[in-house]
Ligand binder design. Structure first.
Ligand SMILES: [Zn+2]
Length: 466
């Protein structure tokens, strides 16, 4: 029997996590932090059962192979074996540069080592497990050659614009910030960059990850990745500067204009404004007034709001009323100045625009937690999120390690279903992963392979004819 997860071990695991408590940063350079509540249900025996019966090993292998596991002459059979996996074990041990030659090796290793976390790194020029052998040759042949373009959005980066929770906590009042982020980024990746194979995953606690898996995305250089990350950057704030967003130029960039009109404006007015009660207290509305460059307008609004706080007991939401007053003053005829009109948009962007962890996107060799891992702190499974229905996603309702095992054990009604996965609420997530992401991806990998093979064949025919 595997020894259960001791409290001490869990504590030390927490301590070893990356700075800011991020669970997906590169695993070196971590610093200790305060460990708080320990999730009792996270138990090595549970994890063993999860990897044994539920984790979609075959799908993970298929995905990471990108069609190279087939019989087509253009398949690169070394492809999967050059991918780095990294395992975090329950005793603080990090195993980096793990590689596997086939599906069976991957599955057996996961089942045997029972990692509390699996991270996925890049595909290297050579098998990462044998990197030292190549390092001695001195010509730097061990280098990342492919990696999905990834994005990491973490709720802790929104702490200055949410009042319901902070730090690691999320609730249904602040989670919509992630929904808005998914929509904005997903639309741009598809419409502006032409990517099709995009996987969104709940990080298991307080954020989302995005994996862009088109061949074109996987082969981007670090410079190109940085350029894409920069495309998404409007948030330049920190806690010390009042202005979180600068929208430059006489007109908004088409991407920002579309994000604003299609997603952010409605989202701000319908969800965030009242959900976060952005104008409910003087402290909160002062933060917004500080961003208005015209002092006379700011003090006019301040005066109005201080007064209304004392007098009126309005039936209507005070946040909505104040926002309408602010908009009216800033956009009214007598304040035609560009900067003031732009100010309304800047406020909306400050409170809703996606805040990306840029470093994760910029470098090929950044590790990112694999989908379908179980978050050691919450016990929640990192399930895919359908971007088309992301507003329906409820992070507090995703399957947890213990709920899944309960479902497995209460087997009765599943007598006619011989697939154990389909007996649990994880079945839906895996089916979504297969049908919406994996199957279209593999189909296009096959087509790419076919056409590049035919092109090469034609070239060699041409050269023979010559
Ligand atoms: Zn919240």
């Amino acid at each position: 029997m595997v020894e259960g997860f001791s409290r001490r071990k869990l504590l030390s695991l927490e301590m070893a996590k990356g700075e800011n408590g991020r669970d997906n940063m590169q695993i070196d350079g971590h610093e200790p932090r305060q460990a708080n509540a320990v999730y009792e249900e996270f138990n090595a025996n549970y994890l063993k059962a999860y990897y044994g019966k539920l984790f979609p090993h075959a799908e993970m292998f298929k995905w990471m192979s990108y069609g190279n596991d087939g019989k087509h002459p253009a398949c690169d059979h070394s492809y999967f074996g050059r991918r780095e996996f990294s395992f975090t074990l329950d005793n603080d041990i990090y195993l980096r540069f793990q590689s596997f030659n086939n599906a069976t090796e991957l599955e057996n290793s996961i089942k045997e080592k029972c990692p509390v976390k699996i991270d996925i790194g890049p595909v290297y020029s050579v098998d990462p497990a044998k990197r030292h052998a190549y390092a001695q040759s001195g010509d730097n042949v061990f280098t990342p050659v492919e990696r999905e373009l990834v994005f990491d959005i973490d709720m802790t980066d929104y702490d200055d614009v949410r009042y319901c929770c902070s730090g690691a906590d999320v609730c249904l009042d602040c989670w919509p910030l992630m929904t808005a982020a998914i929509k904005v980024i997903d639309i741009a990746l598809r419409d502006d960059f032409g990517f099709n194979h995009i996987l969104w995953v709940y990080s298991g606690r307080r954020g989302v990850h995005c994996w862009v898996c088109d061949g074109r995305a996987r082969r981007l250089t670090n410079e190109q990745r940085a350029a894409i990350a920069d495309y998404f950057r409007v948030y330049k704030g920190n806690d010390n500067s009042q202005k979180k967003v600068s929208l430059m130029g006489p007109v908004l960039h088409p991407f920002l204009a579309r994000s604003y009109t299609e997603v952010l404006r409605a989202f701000f007015e319908e969800k965030i404004l009242s959900g976060q009660k952005l104008f409910a207290t003087a402290e909160r509305f002062e933060k917004i007034l500080e961003t208005i460059p015209d002092e006379s307008i700011a003090s006019e609004l301040r005066g109005k709001w201080m007064e209304s706080r004392r007098s009126s007991i309005a039936k209507e939401d005070i946040n909505v009323i104040r926002w309408e007053q602010l908009k009216h003053l800033l956009q009214s005829g007598k304040h035609k100045a560009q900067g003031l009109r732009r100010c309304v948009e800047e406020i909306v962007f400050s409170y809703t625009y996606p805040r990306l962890d840029m470093e994760v996107s910029k470098h090929m060799n950044h590790l990112l937690k694999a989908p379908f891992c179980v978050h050691p702190k919450t016990g929640r499974v990192c399930v895919p999120i359908d971007p088309e229905h992301c507003e329906e996603f409820d992070p507090t309702g995703v399957p947890t390690l213990s709920s899944l095992l309960d479902e497995l054990n209460s087997g009765g009604q599943g007598a006619e279903i011989d697939n154990e996965l389909d007996r649990t609420s994880l079945g839906k997530s895996v089916r979504f992963f297969r049908s919406s992401f994996l199957q279209p991806l593999l189909k296009s990998c096959k087509e790419d392979m076919e056409s590049s093979y035919n092109r090469k064949l034609q070239q060699s025919k041409n050269s023979l004819n010559w």
